[in-house]
Design a protein around this ligand. Structure first.
Ligand code: SAM
Length: 317
């Protein structure tokens, strides 16, 4: 499996307080001086492109709260070797920024939404912003940040009842609604007992809409497995990171907001690229490290990683 995909967390800040990701809100942030500057991200991405990375996804934290993010999008989209630039966003600021993101060269977006019911959305995220996110989804389709994918983390007794309404979005709109298994990351987030296996999510969808048919998804870069509800415009997907094992086909690396490359989401192992850059290293030296990371990538897997707390908003979900 060639390593061609890099996720870049551009900030650990977020404008939502999801109970499973950022429950404490505005605290415990990384010192701003430690966060990678745009020119540093651009340099790292450019060097990674020389090593075969051709797809980049911006994430966070919430990438749209990073000041002047459009400038970074423009730089990365114009980088030699980068063929696909996408973003994972909570969608709150998307309706107002979609036009300029598209014009700057962003290809598409994944939008996270865990409930389409106003009160429940607020309960999960801490804010009454469902309407803004919904507008963001429509706007993303309108300006062509497509195919739009929706990310939903399902939590027991929190949003299981929302599964049919979320799946129905894929009937009405040409989007992929992906159900992501919860991965407990730190002691402040909701505990493991809220975990719902995707086998159960699928059963709920099939009970409501009938059997799912296997589907292909264009621009499918990851571990999601796709299906279609009969007569739907879009599709549903399942990302079962907890109940299945797909490390052997993992093609991604992660660049944290403070400049560390992590070969595996489940492993605490990392390589400090920022240290090299700020220490004045030349391109050749950095390239040597990036090539080593790519060669060693598959030695780090879910199975051989020791458990350690980590922050999804820093590593980049
Ligand atoms: N703020 C952006 C957003 O909301 O999409 C990007 C960052 S967020 C960390 C990226 C994705 O990770 C979201 O779809 C979120 O639902 C998912 N996520 C966060 N914490 C998670 C966890 N503990 N288990 C599974 N998925 C998680």
């Amino acid at each position: 499996m060639s390593i061609d995909y890099l996720r870049v967390s551009v900030t650990d800040r977020c404008n939502l307080r999801c109970i499973y990701c950022n429950p404490l809100g505005d605290c415990g942030f990384i010192d701003r001086r430690e966060i990678l500057r745009f020119e540093e991200i651009h340099r790292i991405v450019g060097l990674f492109a020389e090593c075969g990375i051709s797809k980049v996804r911006l994430t966070g934290g919430e990438p749209l709260v990073r000041k002047n993010i459009v400038v970074l999008v423009e730089k990365l989209a114009a980088t030699d070797g980068i063929k696909e630039l996408s973003m994972t966003t909570n969608g709150v600021l998307l309706a107002q920024m979609a036009d300029e993101l598209k014009a700057a060269g962003l290809n598409r977006v994944n939008i996270s939404i865990d409930s389409v019911e106003r009160e429940n959305y607020k309960r999960i995220t801490g804010f009454e912003l469902l309407e803004k996110v919904t507008k963001g989804i429509y706007k993303a389709i309108e300006v062509g940040l497509t195919p739009v994918k929706i990310n939903t983390v399902v939590l027991r007794q929190i949003n299981e009842q929302d599964i049919p309404a979320l799946a129905k979005l894929s009937i009405d709109m040409p989007i992929a609604v992906r159900f992501i298994e919860y991965c407990p990351t730190d002691k402040n987030a909701v505990p493991n007992k809220f975990f719902v296996p995707n086998s159960r999510v699928r059963r709920i969808i099939e009970n409501r809409f009938g059997s799912l048919a296997a589907a292909m998804m264009v621009k499918a870069n990851g571990p999601a497995v796709y299906f279609k509800i009969k007569d739907s415009s879009g599709c549903v997907g399942f990302i079962s990171g907890k109940s299945t094992f797909f490390c052997q086909s993992c093609n991604r690396l992660r660049l944290t907001s403070d400049g560390k490359v992590r070969p595996c989401l489940y492993s605490a192992h990392h390589y400090d690229v920022k240290e090299l850059i700020r220490g004045g290293a030349g391109d050749e030296r950095i390239l040597t490290l990036l090539k080593k990371i790519i060669i060693e990538k598959h030695t780090y897997t879910k199975l051989n990683s020791f458990k350690e707390e980590f922050s999804m908003r820093n590593v980049g979900g």
